[in-house]
Structures are given as structure tokens and as C-alpha cells.
Design a protein around this ligand. Structure first.
Ligand code: FAD
Length: 480
């Protein structure tokens, strides 16, 4: 009558499906988090995400302690450590929440097999989404591959059965939590050095997620408008918390639905809910079509020939380091490099620029984001990159090519975001700042700027690049 709950991307002690079911079914519930060597060993020594997880695990441990329980923490290969720990504790079963990434699915299958060999069970539950896998299907009973009909079906399903938003209670059953003792390994013991997460004042743990959400609720009505302008505090900044489960998706959706019902969420509430549905859409796509991890969602797009060789490598390095000569792109890359966050509009602009101005394989950009984004999530990142390369599940044609100058003029008209990340351009006027190479050299000199010295010349001409992209993409139309 003993169960082990394995925490992964669900670092909270409230509204937690696996913990709820474990507590209701057994009399003694142990909790564990594993700093998984299989994942951590591939990361750089300074990684904001490891810092975030470390702080959030500490907070989770403290909270479980308050409830009368204890969080065991291990630094090991999870696939072997979990069955070993279950045996040591005499647990009849391990409970966890579903993870939809192919590697996690394989790991969970291995753990389940090892547990089964010892006569123990492995049970997992839907927790990080409202609807998963094949819960939202077309009338023909097949998974959707286009967002809008998926979203409409999703909303209909939610409205038909509001119990899908009900919390998985923990506190009323907390008496079954097994107490314990033990300490959390330090970052150094895990082989990491502190990142600049603290300096950036990024809130961690359940309390951090709750504070961000409280702040966002006061702004949600403006979200529909404000979310597109990177200089504004428009979005929620909850992606990192959604990634590691320090917030509950049911709580977020329920709260926004309640605000909307009271007329307090304006149009923003519906737009924000739509973004949360995008998150589930991409998780569903990844689950249904795991080939997207390596290949285009639409196979015809794998025939595209990308730029390779030393010139392409140099262009890629310039993009990574924010030296393309296009201020909005460079400011966006400075944002990700310095903080690990990038505004959604800028993710679209920077990704389109790499693919359609530099002709570089979207997978290289995807990998760069995967390493540097605090909120890196395989499904959302892959979906975003395949959207930008037009190879994904999107009805838009490939000849939609963002113009990095017009995007800049439209979404950072006064150059406020650009000035924040590229102070060397601060003296340019609001009109000049979007394309410094078009400003007469004399004028630039008056503003103390020399192109090539203070800021790069553009590494590519957008109009010429656009033509090359249309040629490159022509293979997509060719019969197979
Ligand atoms: P908000 O605007 O407040 O949105 C609320 C939540 O909705 C987000 O936290 C996120 O969970 C979800 N969401 C919003 N937009 C999307 C979207 N387009 N797809 C899926 N979920 C969405 N998001 C990630 O969480 N991880 C990634 O690795 C990631 N990579 C991306 C790569 C590219 C090329 C693009 C174009 C988008 C990517 N996104 C990713 C989606 C989006 O940019 C971020 O979720 C958003 O900017 C996070 O900020 P926020 O929490 O303030 O968002």
C-alpha cells in the first residue's frame, strides 16, 4: 500500500493529477525528483533552466514538508534510479504525469518495463494539458492538422464538460504523505555554476508562477493588443512556469474563463486562451507525428536545399550573435542571449530571417533556441520553427516572407525595444533606427556611428534574399 510519485515537469504540490491519485489510492506516498543525468550531462555548465529547476525543487520540497511529506531528491539516471528507488521503498507502483516528447515516452516505457519485471506498476495521468493526444478529433475521428478547427473543437469540448477544469486536490488527502529527511544537492554538487537567473529577477517556483499570473490578470484585457509590441509588458511571461509545471493549466484556464464571464478579461482573455490552445495543439501534433522532431511536417518541404558551407556558417554565427545588421533581428538575438527569453513576435521575425533571408535550415535555428530559451519546449519550439519555415501544419503559403524592416517599423515604431538591446543605435531617430544602412554616412557620423565599426552593415539584402527564397522553395510545388 505504498506508492512513489515521480515529479518531472510538474513541480507543484497543488492541483497535481499523479499526486492526487496516489494519495487517494494508497496509505503511504513517497515523492521524488531526479536531476536526470541523461538530460543534464548534455547541458552547458551555466544553464538558467537548471537554476530555475533547482530553486523550484527546493520550493516544492518545502511545500511538501508543510503538508507533512518530504521530497526525495536524486542525481542519477532516472531510467534506472526510479525502479531502484521503488524497490528500496517497497512501493507497489510509481505514479507520474504524462509527457508527450518521444524521448520521454521511450524513457517512461523503459521505466515501466523495469518496474513490471519487479512486479510493480507504473501509472501515468494527464496533467499538463486540458486535452491531450486524441481527445480533440475531427468529425471523421482523425487528429486535426490545422489550428482553427482544432481550436473550435477544443473550445466546444471544454464548454460541454467544465469538469475538465476541476483541480486535482492534494491537501484534503495529505495525511498519506510519507515524512522524511534529507537535503537538496547544491548546484555545484550537480556540476553546475549559477547563471544570471537571480540577477534577471526571474521568479521561480509555485510562488513565482502565482505572482506572475496575478500581475498578468490585471493586464489580460489589453493582451490582444499589447502582446504584439516587444517594448510593452504585454504577455504573461508564464511560459517557463508552464514548461516546468509550477503553475497549473487548469487554474490558468479556469481563472481566465471566470474573468471573461464577469466581463473583466476584455478581448484579451479569449486571445490568451487561444495561445494556451496553441500550446496543446503543438503537443498533440508532436505526439501524433513524432517525425516532426527531425523532418518537415509536410514531407515535400524536405526537398528544399539549404545554404551550407563556410559562408552559411558565418551567416549563422552572425545571426546567433546578433550581428546581421538588421536591428530588430539583432536586438531579438541579444534578448535571448542575455535573458533566455524572446518575445513571441521576435521569435517569428528572427526565425523567418534565418530561414528566408539567410536560407539556413530551420533545424539549426531550432537547435539554437532549444539550447538558449529558458522556456524551451520541444513541441512549441518545433511548431514555431516549422511555422516559420512554412513546412508545418499551417495553411499559409510559403511565399509569406516577413520583411524585417517593415516588421520593425510596425511593431517597434519608436525603436524602444531596439534601443534597450542595442544602445549603440540609441541616437538614431525613430525613423532611422530600423535600417541604419539607409541613413547617409554624414548623418550617421553626426550621431557617432560608423557602420562596420559600431554596428554591422547588413549581411544580406532583403529583396535579393526574398527572390532566392522563392526559387529555393519552388521545389515544394514540383510533383514528387
Ligand atoms: P503569452 O503570450 O503570455 O502566452 C501564454 C502561453 O501560451 C505561453 O506561456 C505558452 O505556453 C503558450 N503559447 C503562446 N504562444 C504559443 C505558440 N505560438 N505555440 C505554443 N504555445 C504558445 N513557446 C514555448 O513555450 N517554448 C518554446 O520553446 C517556444 N519556441 C518558439 C519558437 C518559435 C520560432 C516561435 C515563433 C514561438 C515559440 N514559442 C515557444 C511560442 C511563444 O513564442 C512563447 O510561448 C511565448 O513567447 C512565451 O511568452 P509568454 O509566456 O509571455 O507568452
Amino acid at each position: 500500500d505504498t506508492t512513489l510519485v515521480w515529479f518531472r515537469r510538474d513541480l507543484r504540490s497543488f492541483d497535481h493529477a499523479a499526486l492526487h491519485h496516489a494519495l487517494r489510492r494508497s496509505r503511504r506516498v513517497f515523492c521524488v525528483f531526479v536531476f536526470d543525468k541523461a538530460i543534464l550531462d548534455g547541458l552547458p555548465q551555466r544553464d538558467r533552466r537548471v537554476d530555475f529547476i533547482h530553486a523550484s525543487v527546493a520550493a516544492l520540497g518545502a511545500d511538501l514538508q508543510q503538508l507533512g511529506g518530504h521530497l526525495l531528491v536524486r542525481h542519477a539516471d532516472a531510467a534506472t534510479a526510479i525502479p531502484a528507488l521503488a524497490a528500496e521503498l517497497g512501493a507497489e507502483a510509481v505514479f507520474a504525469n504524462h509527457d508527450y516528447e518521444p524521448q520521454a515516452i521511450a524513457r517512461d516505457a523503459a521505466v515501466a518495463a523495469a518496474l513490471a519485471a519487479q512486479g510493480r506498476g507504473f501509472h501515468s495521468f494527464k496533467d499538463q494539458v486540458i486535452f491531450e493526444k486524441d481527445e480533440v478529433l475531427s468529425q471523421a475521428g482523425t487528429p486535426f492538422s490545422v489550428f482553427t478547427p482544432y481550436k473550435n473543437a477544443w473550445l466546444k469540448k471544454m464548454q460541454a464538460d467544465p469538469s475538465c477544469l476541476a483541480p486535482w486536490q492534494v491537501e484534503p488527502y495529505a495525511a498519506s504523505l510519507a515524512p522524511g529527511a534529507g537535503t537538496l544537492p547544491t548546484l555545484a554538487e550537480l556540476g553546475f555554476e549559477p547563471s544570471n537567473l537571480g540577477e534577471l529577477a526571474i521568479p521561480t517556483g509555485m510562488a513565482g508562477g502565482a505572482a506572475l499570473f496575478a500581475n498578468f490578470q490585471a493586464r489580460v484585457a489589453d493582451y490582444g493588443f499589447a502582446r504584439d509590441y516587444p517594448a510593452l509588458k504585454g504577455p504573461s511571461y508564464l511560459s517557463l512556469h508552464l514548461r516546468f509545471g509550477t503553475v497549473s493549466i487548469r487554474h490558468l484556464v479556469r481563472t481566465v474563463a471566470e474573468l471573461s464571464a464577469r466581463g473583466q478579461a476584455g478581448e484579451g482573455g479569449a486571445v490568451w486562451l487561444s495561445e494556451l490552445i496553441w500550446r496543446e495543439f503543438y503537443m498533440m501534433i508532436l505526439y501524433q507525428h513524432p517525425h516532426v522532431v527531425h523532418a518537415s511536417f509536410k514531407p515535400a518541404y524536405d526537398a528544399i536545399e539549404w545554404e551550407t558551407g563556410p559562408e552559411a556558417d558565418a551567416a549563422f554565427a552572425a545571426w546567433c550573435e546578433g550581428r546581421t545588421g538588421y536591428p530588430l533581428v539583432d536586438a531579438a538575438m541579444a534578448q535571448i542571449n542575455q535573458t533566455g527569453y524572446m518575445h513571441n513576435r521576435l521569435r517569428m521575425v528572427a526565425a523567418c530571417f534565418l530561414i528566408k533571408d539567410l536560407g539556413i535550415d530551420w533545424r539549426r535555428g531550432e537547435a539554437y533556441f532549444a539550447l538558449h530559451l529558458n522556456d524551451f519546449d520541444l513541441a512549441a519550439n518545433n511548431g514555431g520553427w516549422q511555422w516559420a519555415s512554412s513546412s508545418g501544419c499551417d495553411a499559409q503559403p510559403y511565399f509569406r516572407i516577413f520583411n524585417p524592416i517593415t516588421q520593425s517599423e510596425k511593431f517597434d515604431a519608436e525603436g524602444r525595444f531596439i534601443r534597450r538591446y542595442l544602445p549603440q543605435l540609441a541616437k538614431l531617430s525613430d525613423k532611422e533606427i530600423h535600417a541604419p544602412w539607409l541613413v547617409p554616412r554624414m548623418l550617421l557620423a553626426q550621431r557617432g556611428i560608423e557602420l562596420g565599426r559600431d554596428y554591422p552593415e547588413p549581411i544580406v539584402q532583403h529583396d535579393a534574399a526574398r527572390k532566392r527564397t522563392l526559387e529555393r522553395y519552388a521545389v515544394v510545388k514540383a510533383p514528387a
